[in-house]
Write a protein that binds this ligand. Structure first.
Ligand SMILES: [Zn+2]
Length: 232
């Protein structure tokens, strides 16, 4: 098996520099190491309420620093050492992140040791969250082109007083955006697939990389939000 070095992980996460993360790549490995590290991990506060989603990379850093434990589908929690032992016992059963000395199973859920804050009531209005809300799909034709071919469309055009708000912005493919031009959907005879609104933070879960395989998340997320988030 071939390994590739992942830059910047060592020092950042308190691992000696001579012990860098090495992750498997090449045929037979379902996802490349770096994309695996970028997948989502559900974060619970100390009262086991889902408050956030972070990357695998960040979750492992928190685990190393004893700021978080891994939670399994059986509601058991593991600190770094016990998670390392569990990973060593059956290293081929789950996706793993490997160092020269050990392999660590990729966690799906972590619980923070001290944090007791609650989930965000309002989702931040930014480009990333707009893409997540709209499931990376054009809200006019439904296409899911490459990310580079997706644009942000002001439903009521900016040049005509349209604001940058959750209700006036949707994701559109390049083709639809060009076709619509400086017109309203009515004028351009284009129909929105759904009325855009501010999303609940959990409703974006399904669009997070790796989310669909994370069945354990269901145990900590309201069923209604889970189902809605997977309808994309
Ligand atoms: Zn389109």
């Amino acid at each position: 098996m071939e390994f590739r070095r992942v830059k910047g992980l060592g020092r950042m996460h308190g691992i000696p520099h001579s012990d860098p993360f090495l992750v498997p790549v090449g045929p037979g490995v379902p996802r490349s190491g770096s994309s695996l590290l970028g997948e989502g991990v559900l974060v619970l506060n100390r009262h086991w309420t889902a408050v956030h989603v972070c990357t695998v990379r960040r979750a492992l850093a928190l685990l190393f620093q004893d700021l978080a434990s891994v939670v399994t589908k059986d509601y058991e929690s593991y600190d770094f050492e016990s998670w390392r032992e569990l990973s060593a016992a059956d290293p081929h059963s789950e996706p793993c992140v490997r160092t020269p000395r050990f392999a660590l199973r990729v966690p799906e859920v972590i619980v923070l040791a001290r944090y007791q804050g609650m989930p965000p009531r309002r989702l931040k209005f930014n480009r990333r969250n707009i893409f997540l809300r709209d499931g990376f799909s054009c809200q006019y034709c439904g296409d899911k082109p490459r990310r580079d071919d997706l644009t942000i469309d002001h439903i009521q055009p900016r040049s005509r007083g349209g604001l940058s708000t959750w209700g006036n912005i949707v994701v559109a493919c390049m083709k639809c955006n060009t076709k619509k031009g400086d017109r309203t959907p009515g004028e351009a005879r284009m129909k929105l697939r759904r009325k855009p609104k501010r999303p609940h933070w959990l409703s974006c879960l399904g669009a997070i990389p790796g989310a669909k395989g994370r069945t354990v998340w269901q145990k900590f997320v309201d069923k209604a939000y889970w189902n809605a988030s997977l309808q994309e």
